[in-house]
Design a protein around this ligand. Structure first.
Ligand code: ATP
Ligand code: MG
Length: 435
C-alpha cells in the first residue's frame, strides 16, 4: 500500500463543517468594507523577494527567519510566498500608478505564509483580511479603519471580546533619534535582556519593547517612551485621531509600548486584541506607512492599513457560540423509476426560484435518505415516489423539532402540488424559524 500523504505542517485544511463559518466571516467583512467604499483587489501570492526585504525591513522577524523563499528554477529569480499583503498592494499601486489622480481605498483577502512555530492561532499558511487606504495623509482614514473594524466586530457579535490599543511611533526622523535613546538605555541593562533582545539591540531595538518575556518587563516598563519624543506634527496627528475615536464612541487604551512587527509603520499603530486566545491575542493590527511607496520606488504617497487574522477570528466566533442564520436547505429524496426525472425537474424549478435544494445522490431507501437529510441539517425534505410523480405532487416532511411541534399545528407531513410548491415553501419559511 502507498504511504498516506499529509498536509504540510502548519498548513491547515478547512473542512466542510467549518466552511459556512468562513464564508459567513468573509461575507460579513466584505459587506462592511464595501460600506466604507473600499474596492476589492487581488494580488499574486508570489512576489520578488526584494519587495519584502525592502518593504518590511531586513531586521524584522518576518524577513530574518519567516519567509518561504525559493529560486525560480527557470528565471533564477529569488521569489517569496507573500508573508503579508501590504507590500504587494503598494507594488501594484506603483506599477499601475492607480493612486495617480486621487487616493484609493482597497481591500483583499487571501493566504499568507510565514515559517513560524505552529500553535493555536499561529500557522504557516494563514488567511488575512487586508484593508488599505492609499494616498491619504489622515488621521481621518486612520480613524475610519479603526471604526470600520469596530463595526465588523459588532456585525460578527464579537464586540464584547476584543479591545482596542493605539499608539504613535512618530515619524522616521523621530524614530531614528528615539532608537539611539533606546539603545543607550537597554545597553545599561544587558544582563536582563534575553538572547533575542540582545540580538535586536542594535538591529531593531524597538522590537525589544514588544517582548513578552516576564523577566524583562520591569526594565521595559522603565524604558524611554516614544510618545515623549515625537515631533509636533505627529503629536497633532495622534491627538486628532483620539478625538475622532472618542467622537465615534470607541473605547481605547493608549499602549505606549505598542510597536508593530514590520518596519514600514510610522505615526499611528493600532491593534485589536482579545484575552481569549492566549499568547495569540492580536486579531487585527495596522497603522500608517507614509514612507513605503518611496521605499519601493514610488512617489511619496501617504497610506494607512491593517490586516486581520481570519483563523483567530474563527476561533473567537466558535468561542462566542455564534449562530449563523442559514438559508433553509431543502433535501429532495426520491425513489422509483418515474420519480427520478420528475425530481430533477422539481429541483431545477425550485433553484430557478432561488431555493437551496440538495438532491439525494447514491440511492438508498427513504429511511436512508431521511438520515442523510437530517445529518445535513436540512430543514425540510421533499419526498417523491412514483405515486407523487404520477400526481404531480410532492410529500413534504419537516425535519427539525421546532418545525414539527409548531404552534400553527402544522402537519408533520403533507402533500403539496408541484405548481403550488414555491409559494407554499415561501409562506412556510416566512412564518416560522426552524431551530
Ligand atoms: P503576532 O504578534 O501575533 O505574531 P504580527 O504582528 O506578526 O502578529 P501582523 O503581521 O500585523 O501580525 O498580521 C496581522 C494579523 O494577522 C495578526 O494580528 C494575526 O491576527 C494574524 N497573523 C499573523 N501571523 C499569523 C500566523 N502565523 N498565523 C495566524 N495568524 C497570523
Ligand atoms: Mg508575528
Amino acid at each position: 500500500m502507498n504511504k498516506k500523504l499529509q498536509a504540510v505542517r502548519g498548513m491547515n485544511d478547512i473542512l466542510p463543517a467549518d466552511g459556512r463559518l468562513w464564508l459567513y466571516l468573509e461575507d460579513t467583512a466584505r459587506r462592511v468594507f464595501e460600506q466604507y467604499g473600499y474596492q476589492f483587489v487581488r494580488m499574486p501570492v508570489v512576489e520578488n523577494t526584494a519587495l519584502f526585504v525592502r518593504g518590511i525591513g531586513e531586521t524584522t522577524d518576518v524577513v530574518e527567519k519567516e519567509m518561504y523563499t525559493f529560486e525560480d528554477s527557470l528565471s533564477q529569480e529569488s521569489l517569496t510566498l507573500r508573508p503579508e499583503a501590504t507590500a504587494g498592494i503598494v507594488r501594484a499601486a506603483i506599477e499601475h500608478n492607480f493612486t495617480y489622480e486621487r487616493g484609493q481605498r482597497v481591500w483583499t483577502v487571501g493566504p499568507m505564509f510565514r515559517h513560524e512555530r505552529p500553535q493555536k492561532g499561529r500557522y504557516r499558511q494563514f488567511y488575512q483580511l487586508d484593508v488599505e487606504a492609499l494616498g491619504f495623509s489622515g488621521p481621518d482614514v486612520d480613524a475610519e479603519q479603526i471604526i470600520l473594524l469596530a463595526r465588523l466586530w459588532k456585525a460578527l457579535g464579537l464586540d464584547g471580546m476584543v479591545t482596542l490599543k493605539i499608539n504613535t511611533i512618530g515619524d522616521a526622523a523621530d524614530r531614528r533619534a528615539y532608537r539611539e535613546r533606546l539603545i543607550a538605555y537597554f545597553s545599561q541593562h544587558m544582563d536582563v535582556l534575553d538572547d533575542d533582545s540582545q540580538r535586536r539591540l542594535h538591529r531593531n531595538p524597538l522590537r525589544i519593547l514588544d517582548s513578552k518575556n516576564p523577566t524583562m518587563q520591569s526594565v521595559i516598563g522603565r524604558a524611554p517612551r516614544m510618545i515623549d519624543h515625537i515631533g509636533a506634527d505627529a503629536r497633532a496627528h495622534f491627538d486628532t485621531l483620539q478625538k475622532l475615536l472618542k467622537e465615534a464612541g470607541l473605547h481605547f487604551d493608549i499602549d505606549t509600548r505598542l510597536v508593530r512587527g514590520l518596519d514600514y509603520y510610522n505615526r499611528t499603530v493600532f491593534e485589536w486584541v482579545t484575552d481569549k486566545l492566549g499568547a495569540q491575542g492580536t486579531v487585527a493590527g495596522g497603522g500608517r506607512y507614509d514612507g513605503l511607496f518611496e521605499q519601493l520606488g514610488g512617489k511619496p504617497t501617504p497610506a494607512c492599513g491593517f490586516a486581520a487574522g481570519i483563523e483567530r477570528l474563527i476561533l473567537l466566533l466558535q468561542d462566542s457560540g455564534a449562530r449563523i442564520t442559514e438559508m433553509p436547505l431543502i433535501y429532495l429524496a426520491f425513489l422509483g423509476e418515474n420519480a427520478a426525472g420528475f425530481s430533477w425537474r422539481i429541483a431545477e424549478m425550485l433553484r430557478d426560484q432561488g431555493f437551496f435544494v440538495e438532491m439525494n445522490a447514491g440511492g438508498g431507501n427513504f429511511k436512508v435518505q431521511m438520515k442523510k437529510a437530517d445529518a445535513k441539517g436540512a430543514r425540510i425534505a421533499l419526498i417523491v415516489g412514483d405515486d407523487e410523480a404520477q400526481n404531480q405532487e410532492v410529500t413534504v416532511k419537516w425535519l427539525r423539532e421546532n418545525d414539527k411541534t409548531n404552534e400553527a399545528g402544522r402537519a408533520e407531513q403533507e402533500r403539496v402540488a408541484v405548481t403550488a410548491l414555491p409559494k407554499w415553501l415561501n409562506e412556510q419559511f416566512e412564518n416560522t424559524r426552524g431551530a
